[in-house]
Write a new protein. Structure first.
Length: 239
């Protein structure tokens, strides 16, 4: 594996250029961050689970007709993806109230929403990823009307597909974050990762948190939770 052409290091992944200008090598790191990276740790084995889980889910979504950047899983820590220009928006989909939604609006935790809530956050660490409206995105040129229409349609479909998939494994998909980007020819596709680092998963039977909230809230057994998600998805230890 050629990692000589380093491109970028983020909080959870590193990226490298490949011989094909439209293909990137993604390395999933063991680092865990929360609260805009104020809280940090590293957990041996974490990157293996986020890499495998994200590859599994993105492949599943491709098969179900959701165009995305995933190309190929290379090994435990690496995957090939299509290079895109990421839109500076984090798209959050919520089925159940928790996290920043409850904190910001004083809403009770754990309420099932009558329909999925889609929110947009500006992808800007220095500003703490503020909540923004679609009008902000349009007026400041972060996305076009057509981009927003396609993003909402895709996010809704991804939610339906993943909710059903996780339900069949005894897991409630509470909320998650998506990122979208444009390929060289201007096509908008789903990118980045879908894993316990970017989703909230609650065990249907026990209510146990099986995601990064175990790290955020010091609940312990972080790696075990990620392993449970992987085992349920890959067929071992199904509910
Ligand atoms: P962050 O930059 O927020 O710390 P990561 O460590 O996950 O996050 O780094 C991955 C970076 O790569 C993110 O900024 C993400 O938007 C970007 N990215 C994800 N998929 C692609 C892609 N296919 N092409 C280009 N950039 C991507
Ligand atoms: N999320 C994410 N990256 C972010 C912010 C949120 O992946 O920078 C995910 C998070 O894991 C959760 C969902 O988006 O599944 C909603 O997060 P929330 O807005 O409640 O924020 P938090 O409580 O994590 O600050």
């Amino acid at each position: 594996m050629d990692k000589s052409r380093f491109l970028y290091e983020g909080k959870a992944k590193k990226m490298y250029l490949t011989d094909d200008p439209e293909t990137l090598l993604l390395e999933y790191k063991n680092d865990l961050t929360a609260f805009n990276a104020l809280k940090k740790d590293s957990l041996e084995g974490k990157g293996t689970y986020t890499n495998r889980i994200s590859a599994h889910l993105l492949r599943y979504l491709s098969e179900k007709g959701i165009p995305n950047h995933f190309i190929e899983l290379l090994d435990d820590r690496h995957q090939l993806v299509r290079r895109v220009t990421i839109l500076p928006l984090e798209v959050v989909v919520r089925n159940v109230t928790t996290g920043s939604l409850c904190k910001r609006l004083g809403i009770a935790e754990g309420m099932t929403l009558p329909r999925p809530l889609i929110e947009f956050y500006l992808k800007d660490d220095a500003l703490g990823d503020p909540l923004v409206t679609e009008d902000h995105a349009l007026l400041f040129g972060w996305a076009s009307e057509e981009d927003l229409r396609k993003i909402k349609e895709t996010a809704t479909r991804v939610n339906e597909l993943l909710k059903a998939l996780f339900e069949s494994r005894g897991i409630l998909l509470v909320d998650f974050k998506l990122e979208f980007g444009k390929t060289a020819d201007g096509t908008l596709i789903l990118a980045d990762e879908i894993s316990p680092d970017t989703c909230r998963f609650w065990d249907r039977a026990s209510g146990d948190r099986l995601d990064k909230d175990r790290f955020r809230k010091d609940l312990g057994n972080v790696l075990e939770a990620y392993e449970t998600i992987w085992n349920r998805l890959s067929g071992e230890g199904r509910a």
